[in-house]
Design a protein around this ligand. Structure first.
Ligand SMILES: Cc1ncc(COP(=O)(O)O)c(C=O)c1O
Length: 461
């Protein structure tokens, strides 16, 4: 196998779904088969994937936001190859590596806001765990306030600040002292902060599960309230950061916002090596690592590993040198604007919302047309949240576009296009949406038949 690894893979071609059903996650395999997503992808480049039959797909899921640079970005690949060809010392641990220092320097320069220290992690949820611990240590408080519908990861600490009951069910007691407030509700936030036992207020400036965006003025006032009550503001930019919304970080859309902690991950990997980061102020970091004895009181074995650092450094430079932040702003504006126009003729569309290249389409029961209302009601009686599949399935089967509903029990479909998206790619998507939305108005019709069948099967499963 070592000599001919690609040949080894070829020998096992076609076994992936059986292997996963047997050894990994049977329910996931069943779900993929139910919606016809059990494809075999054989190649990925830029915004595209190819299956075994040579079909080309537009990827608007980007591995849940990982492939901001598209797949197999040549500059990141070239840097990783150069690194592998050296005999580098990696993870000596009782030393400081040049690579992680360079990534920290670059990352803090684009973060700004006086945040000049970085703690590296291996994933998004680990960055959130670190941020929560740092906030508790720096404030000597233990409470954490978070928003309804928020998503910050699924390990126990992050799960304790998850805004959906669905993810918490059956996992037992979580971290004490956490409280939810409605998104964009300053009065509710102030009420919680005024208890003066809150270490941190954590939020996503664009919520991943709903694509709701913070209202203008909200962050400014939330920051003022946090400072007034001695609470640290954590911006979870794991999904919306690194250029996706048309600024390096989403909080930078509003003037004078200086979070105390920013969490980063996903896109920082360049799509190659898992990595995350907690970016914060020296004062906060020094409160955690406050003596020689405590200099590794929070750490992780694989944190700062060289491969992750090469991928991160290459990614930050590629985003900058290729003007991807600017492209995200332009393409995001174009796609959202056109989608709003297209959506206006479909009564199921409630709203198109988001920021830059992180946006979603939210559906609701139509106000008019008895026929459409009845179809909506019938489907929802069978299964809430399946309506989105009427968009997702034909986007995939008919138009070769990969998307997903934004979360469980929601009517939102989210789009996370690569930041390298071109206008031609955007038009591929927009033309497909026009067709798919028009199909939802044909009752009875094949789109409704497919989704009703799916709803029945999932109810019976
Ligand atoms: C905003 C946000 N925070 C945290 C996480 C958790 O990241 P990970 O899945 O790498 O643990 C996610 C993942 O989707 C996310 O979107």
């Amino acid at each position: 196998m070592h000599e001919d690894f690609i040949g080894y893979l070829a020998e096992h071609e076609g076994r992936e779904y059986d292997l996963h059903a047997t050894h990994v996650n049977t329910a996931f395999v069943k779900m993929l088969k139910a919606i016809g997503f059990d494809k075999r992808y054989v190649r990925g480049e830029g915004c595209y994937l190819w299956d075994e039959d040579g079909n080309k797909y537009l990827d608007l899921l980007t591995g849940w936001g990982v492939f901001a640079l598209g797949r197999n970005h040549p500059k990141v690949k070239a840097m990783l190859k150069q690194y592998l060809d050296q005999e580098m010392p990696n993870l000596v641990r009782m030393n400081c590596s040049l690579l992680s220092g360079l990534v920290a320097e670059k990352l803090t320069s684009v973060t700004g806001a006086g945040l000049s220290r970085v703690f590296f992690t291996n994933s998004g949820t680990e960055a959130v765990e670190g941020a929560l611990k740092f906030a508790r240590a720096a404030t000597n408080r233990s409470g954490v306030v978070y928003c309804d519908h928020s998503f910050h990861g699924l390990t126990l600490g992050s799960l304790s600040v998850n805004g959906a009951q669905f993810f918490r069910e059956r996992f037992g007691d979580l971290m004490p002292g956490t409280r939810a407030v409605p998104f964009n509700d300053l009065a509710a936030l102030e009420k919680e902060l005024s208890t003066r036992n809150v270490a941190a207020f954590i939020l996503e400036p664009v919520q991943g599960k709903s694509c709701e965006v913070v209202a203008d003025g909200y962050l400014e006032e939330a920051q003022r309230l946090c400072r007034k009550h001695g609470t640290l503001l954590i911006a979870d930019e794991i999904q919306c950061g690194l250029g996706r919304t048309g600024k390096w970080f989403c909080f930078q859309h509003w003037p004078n916002i200086e979070p105390d902690i920013v969490c980063v991950s996903k896109a920082l990997s360049g799509g190659f090596v898992p990595v995350g980061a907690v970016v914060t102020r020296p004062k906060i970091m020094d409160a955690v690592f406050n003596s020689l004895e405590r200099c590794v009181v929070h750490s992780s074995t694989f944190g700062q590993n060289d491969m992750a650092m090469v991928a991160a450094l290459a990614t930050l430079h590629a985003i900058e040198s290729e003007g991807l932040v600017e492209n995200a702003a332009i393409m995001g504006e174009y796609m959202q604007q056109r989608l709003r126009e297209i959506g206006a003729s479909c009564p199921f569309v409630k709203e198109v919302r988001g920021k830059g290249l992180m946006f979603g389409i939210d559906f609701h029961r139509p106000a008019e047309s008895l026929k459409l209302k009845m179809a909506w009601d019938m489907l929802h009686k069978l299964n809430f949240g399946v309506f989105g599949q009427m968009i997702v399935i034909p986007l995939m089967q008919k138009h070769k576009i990969l998307t997903q509903v934004a979360g469980y029990h929601t009517e939102v479909i989210k789009f996370l296009p690569p930041l390298v998206m071109s206008k031609a790619d955007a038009d591929w998507f927009l033309n497909a949406m026009q067709d798919v939305l028009a199909d939802t108005l044909r009752v009875p019709g094949s789109a409704w038949e497919t989704v009703m069948g799916l709803a029945k099967r999932t109810v019976m499963a």
